[in-house]
Design a protein around this ligand. Structure first.
Ligand code: SF4
Length: 664
């Protein structure tokens, strides 16, 4: 590690008043929490301990872990929940630190920024397509030309460089570097493959920036291959920093589970046909095996229990009793395709890969339909796709990821640092530790850098009906209208469901003097941009705006939340977790549902105060927080906002009138 060697500046000399940061950062303020966090991270790295640390907005936590990471001289992975944070680290924080720590240019940090494989071009697929373009429509032809020209010059193969390529490009999906169709070292483009190159860069880097999805995809590949030396693309490291760590349970759950879909079977059929056609090897026997697999798959997925969205598939045994033959036929058609492919004489390398995919599908179907594993919930997800076709997913998710994470992550790593603005419940980390399988961990809740008491007022109307009753929407819409008059718009109104969002939005349409924006009317970033640029705008949105959204200044002066964000109890994964905790003698409501909702509520309210100069109003329209016993846990877990139940106090806060404030 050339540049990232330990150097003489201590953490104190870096972060304290008069130190390096104060001389190099234009917006420097001394943040006690930041220095404290840096010291804790340094200690964890030195002592090879795990650390969990809640650092509220404004702590400056990225520098607080980057500086000790650089000082440690260890190779470290930093895993984030969002792309925005990855980009901030790579394009802003690290170049800034390079400049601050090595002003004479003597040192450079070896850093690499890795995205999921589907962000990169697969050269082999592109070349294959060039030999025999099967493009549908003018648009695809245009995209193809742009990609083919770019491939000749790009160093990274990262599609982010191709700004003109639309997010949903169907062509990109056919030529990205997903591992499914990758034939690894046997590929003729291996030496100049962008994934090989990314792997090589990672091996040479001191700091590797990834996101949680890539991290856990890699970990699950390593686990499945029993840690074979060349499995996965992330190198061994001395520590992993998980920023936005409140998302770990969900992401890990999805990668340690199993999922098959009608789309995945179809993709295999398509790949086999395209490749064999290209190689003039598409025999009658294989065509018929593909045809049979297509039919069996269509039939089997149509037989699965009906319904849209996510729902549990508990009665698999009954289903198999009735439809066992159809399931066996599907399995047989996968075996048949696999052996037809293997029997092909002098076949290209990718054909072995197709046979492997057929076999993998067969094993996974077997697990999904027949496994009796007690720590797994089996469920179905059905989503409407293009041309009114349904995408059907058969899913298996671990009910409790804690034992898996403990054995294949935390027991293997010397040091893991978990941080986020929202990890603690009631001031402690018991919930996170239990859900993630973290033991023997140092812990720290940092003091906030913001003066929440003077920057934010939390208003809970005591008179609204319970949000679960039908009367709620009309009353809530009325109160929202009144509140927006006081704040003069400039608000996010956040909902826990689409139905509630649409209902309230419709009730207020034409009733407000302010521009109204609705989630779904435009892509998320476009809506946010419009919100920032439109004076007094009000945005109606659901869960995707509860986190990772940053609007500083007066433009966002109010965040209204419709109800306590308990996870939908009928969701199959939530229901299975609740059942399992209760069955083990715990109390799922207090051990799982309340803490999870506390973390979500903290995230949602966290949208309001983004800087020392922000000031505004938080509203929770759900007064169960006042009336129910568990409400106290929410109140105790939130920052130290001023609180009121009086509209008059809200008016006074905005200087609309001068009525007395009544504390909550
Ligand atoms: S090694 Fe894999 S990802 Fe890379 S070009 Fe070849 S097939 Fe594509």
């Amino acid at each position: 590690m050339s540049a990232a060697k330990k150097h003489d500046v201590s953490l104190y000399q870096f972060f304290a008043p008069g130190g390096v940061l104060s001389r190099t950062h234009p917006a420097y303020e001394f943040r006690r929490g930041q220095l404290q966090m840096a010291q804790s991270v340094e200690q964890a790295l030195e002592e090879k301990r795990h650390l969990i640390v809640e650092a509220g907005t404004g702590t400056g936590k990225t520098l607080a872990y980057l500086v000790p990471v650089i000082r440690s001289g260890k190779r470290v992975i930093i895993s984030t929940g969002t792309k925005n944070l990855q980009e901030q680290l790579f394009h802003k924080d690290i170049p800034f630190l390079e400049q601050a720590l090595f002003p004479d240019g003597t040192g450079r940090l070896n850093v690499c920024y890795m995205k999921g494989r589907n962000n990169y071009l697969c050269r082999k697929k592109l070349y294959d397509l060039t030999g025999q373009p099967v493009l549908s429509g003018l648009e695809e032809i245009e995209h193809y030309r742009a990609i083919a020209a770019w491939e000749k010059t790009t160093q990274t193969g990262d599609r982010a460089e191709l700004a003109e390529l639309p997010e949903a490009s169907a062509l990109w999906h056919k030529i990205d570097a997903r591992s499914d169709a990758c034939i690894g070292q046997k590929c003729s483009s291996w030496d100049k493959c962008f994934i090989t190159e990314m792997h090589r860069r990672a091996m040479e880097s001191d700091i590797i920036i990834v996101n949680h999805h890539l991290f856990f995809a890699d970990l699950s590949i390593k686990q499945q291959s029993e840690y074979a030396p060349d499995a996965g693309i992330l190198p061994e490291v001395g520590a992993v920093i998980f920023d936005e760590a409140h998302e770990l349970e969900d992401v890990a759950g999805s990668y340690f589970g199993v999922s098959v879909s009608n789309g995945r079977v179809e993709e295999l059929c398509r790949d086999v046909e395209a490749s064999l056609q290209r190689n003039h090897m598409l025999s009658v026997a294989i065509s018929s095996a593909v045809k049979s697999l297509r039919e069996r798959s269509m039939f089997f997925f149509a037989l699965l229990p009906q319904g849209e969205g996510r729902f549990s598939f508990e009665n698999r045994r009954d289903f198999l009793e009735e439809n066992g033959e159809e399931f066996m036929s599907l399995q047989q058609s996968l075996t048949r395709l696999g052996s037809e492919l293997e029997n092909l004489p002098s076949k290209p390398e990718e054909v072995f890969n197709f046979a492997r995919r057929a076999q993998e599908l067969q094993v996974q179907f077997g697990f999904l339909m027949e496994s009796e594993d007690h720590n797994t919930v089996f469920w179905i997800e059905r989503r409407r796709g293009s041309r009114d076709k349904f995408n059907v997913y058969l899913q298996a998710t671990p009910i409790d990821v804690a034992p898996i994470l403990k054995s294949c992550l935390f027991d293997q790593l010397e040091c893991a640092v978990l941080t986020s603005a929202t990890l603690a419940v009631g001031g402690g980390f018991e919930y996170m530790r239990r859900r993630l399988g973290l033991e023997h961990t140092r812990e720290s809740v940092l003091p906030s850098h913001f003066d929440y008491e003077n920057q934010a007022l939390l208003y809970v109307p005591p008179d609204l009906p319970d949000p679960r009753t039908p009367q709620f929407a009309a009353k809530a819409a009325d109160r929202i209208r009144r509140l927006l008059e006081i704040t003069r718009g400039r608000a996010f109104v956040l909902f826990t469901s689409y139905a509630q969002m649409n209902d309230v939005y419709q009730r207020l349409l034409g009733e407000l003097d302010f521009p109204m924006l609705l989630q779904g009317d435009a892509p998320k970033n476009a809506l946010l941009e419009e919100f920032r640029l439109t004076p007094h705008a009000v945005l109606f949105a659901t869960s995707s705006f509860w986190q990772g959204v940053d609007v500083q200044g007066e433009q966002l002066s109010c965040v209204i939340i419709d109800r306590l964000p308990f996870a939908v109890p009928s969701d199959p994964v939530v229901a299975a977790r609740v059942k399992s905790i209760d069955a083990d003698g715990g109390n799922a409501f207090f051990d799982y549902q309340v803490p999870a909702a506390v973390i979500t509520l903290k995230q949602g309210f966290g949208r309001l105060i983004r800087s020392l100069h922000d000031r505004g109003l938080l509203v929770l329209l759900d007064n169960r927080i006042l009336k129910k016993q568990y409400g106290r846990i929410f109140v105790e877990s939130l920052p130290n906002y001023s609180k009121t139940t009086e509209l008059g106090a809200v008016e006074a806060w905005f200087d609309v009138s001068r009525e007395e404030e009544s504390p909550l």
